[in-house]
Design a protein around this ligand. Structure first.
Ligand code: SF4
Length: 257
């Protein structure tokens, strides 16, 4: 499956939306429900095209990639054989046993919207509380040493929480968390969650930028990335299948956060 990468492109990370399904219903979800569940053959063929095009970093995402019905482990192992650094972007709700030590995963991407459990769970609700689940996953990752990137969708609600999240991540890192980076994504009023909650969650661009730059001005011990528009990344290209066809794009990517 051939994949075009424009000459001079800095995009080396391929983010693959394997399926739209998810076992959560986040208030800001930017994912759409309109794309296909990729078959194993489609995904495997795409990997070859991505390597030929020069991508060397792969994010397996959804929806929720651990719900993909076509053997995520086999796909991840195939990706590593091809030389990809394999990342899995999960909500952490229902990973397989031993998830923190899976040898085919180089790095996880997990979400954290607030240090305050109540606020996090307002934005990302799950039975039993999602914040508690994320904290448990961090404990498991501390124990295993597996690398992690944390993502936060910055909304009007959790903008005042960013310093507290930074302190929480610093404490976890001091306890041994192998924290690769913290990505701060500005909320966008798109997708099955975000489109309905724009009035409640939208954050002023200037306030968002100032808050993130204040964090970036301090040495937290890990990189902090400002993502004004997660759909228009200069380093990440998005891939999915729709109506049986491969779709590529930054401006209208349908996958989840
Ligand atoms: S934001 Fe992610 S975890 Fe939440 S509903 Fe959307 S795809 Fe699922």
């Amino acid at each position: 499956m051939s994949v075009l990468r424009p000459p001079g492109s800095r995009k080396s990370i391929a983010s693959l939306f394997l399926l739209p399904d998810c076992d959560m219903g986040c208030a800001f979800c930017a994912s759409e429900a309109v794309f296909d569940v990729a078959s194993f053959a489609q995904a495997e063929e795409l990997l070859g095209g991505l390597r030929s095009a020069g991508f060397d970093n792969l994010v397996l995402g959804g929806g929720e990639p651990f719900l993909w019905p076509h053997d995520l482990e086999r796909l991840g192992r195939r990706a590593r054989e091809l030389g990809f650094l394999v990342q899995v972007g999960s909500n952490g709700l229902s990973p397989p046993p031993g998830f923190a030590s899976l040898d085919w995963v180089d790095r996880y991407l997990l979400p954290l919207e607030a240090a305050d459990p109540a606020l996090h769970d307002q934005l990302r609700s799950a039975p039993g509380g999602h914040h508690r689940t994320v904290m448990a996953r961090l404990d498991q990752l501390v124990a295993s040493g597996k690398e992690l990137t944390v993502g936060t969708v910055v909304t009007r609600r959790n903008l005042p929480e960013l310093a507290a999240i930074a302190a929480l991540l610093q404490a976890r890192r001091a306890a041994g968390l192998n924290l690769h980076a913290w990505h701060l994504y500005r909320f966008l009023p798109v997708g099955r969650g975000g489109a309905a909650h724009g009035a409640r969650l939208a954050v002023d661009l200037g306030l968002y930028r100032r808050a993130v730059e204040e964090l970036r001005a301090v040495d937290l011990g890990f990189p902090v990335f400002r993502r004004d528009d997660m759909l228009r990344s200069s380093t990440v290209e998005f891939f999915w299948f729709q109506d049986g066809q491969l779709r590529v794009g930054s401006g209208a990517a349908p996958g989840g956060a």
